[in-house]
Design a protein around this ligand. Sequence first.
Ligand SMILES: *Cc1c(COP(=O)(O)O)cnc(C)c1O
Length: 375
Amino acid sequence: MKIETRAVHAGRHIDPATGAVTMPIHLSTTFERSPSGEYPLGFSYSRENNPNRQALEVCLADLEGGTQALAFSSGLAVAAALVQGLEPGDHILAPDDVYWGLRKVIGEVFGKFPIETTYVDMTDLDAVSAGIRPSTRLIWVETPSNPLMKITDLAAVAGLARAASPQVLTVCDGTFATPVLQRPLDCGFDMVAHSTTKYIGGHSDVIGGALITRHENYLFERARKSQRYGGSVPSPFDCWLTLRGLDTFPYRVRAQSQNAMQVARWLQAHPAVEQVHYPGLEEHPGHAIAARQMTAFGGMLSFQVRGAREKAMAVAAGCRLFIRATSLGGAHSLIEHRASVEGPASRTPQNLLRLSIGLEHPDDLVEDLDQALTV
Ligand SMILES: *Cc1c(COP(=O)(O)O)cnc(C)c1O
């Protein structure tokens, strides 16, 4: 069946006790044993497993084309679980423009652990190849990347990892390009990580994360231990909300992609705009690869205004419909001056603004940007 159908049905069933069409929220922390001491329905205690979490995990594994999925309490809990699964002396290869939170996990949470990380330009396959060491166990990729929307060739990186050693596992952070747009496991990646807070939940009202695997492997099993015994589990209500978001997920992402394409083209023609970063534009350096590995180009884009930081800040301040807020993937369009968020160490251009395109009508989004750019 097609993704729209699986997004509605995978993992769900009619409640046998009541006939309810949407799944009840199972708040019970504990489940009854049979007289002989077993758990015949497979649930014992909600940290270990819960019906709502199981439904979400089944649906996510299905959508990504994986064999198993784990739902976490946040996207960063997934990253932490993977790093926790490594051994002393292991090496991580990550993108130089990786989501800033991953640098915090590696540098600040696990900084005192003897794990080495190098950051390379993942769009440069020679740099990726040169970066792989005998001790490399994890290659982390994000495509499109934040905020310049750089595109990494997933099949090529998976091939380099396989050629290097079967011990190198590849993980793609698919937060910006969810399975409607891109399926890293089909490109040979071992696992996909998501912040479900963004497009999958899709309504800016629930924090969550997920890890999906194509095959059994030790890092996935250790991530499962970290989820269950480390306790980074989402609540039943969080799982229920995320699963509800999934009902409309393919349609939302396609509408956001169409809106973003229209906004990107309009911005590109605007005299106050210096450059637009959107992989759907032919001028984008990653366009050819994106066109090959994605079905549409997503709802995220960034642009640089003509002028300095002050002009970019004035444009953000002048927006009436775009909301000045961080995060992405929801129904509301958001605008953000990334360099301010990333702080003094940021390499993001000071005249850059990032947009998360929502579900409003694109004409209204363009009109808002037009009035903000002419202030
Ligand atoms: C938001 C985000 C994360 C972290 O997810 P949380 O749910 O906020 O913990 C990880 N990767 C990317 C690309 C993100 O945008």
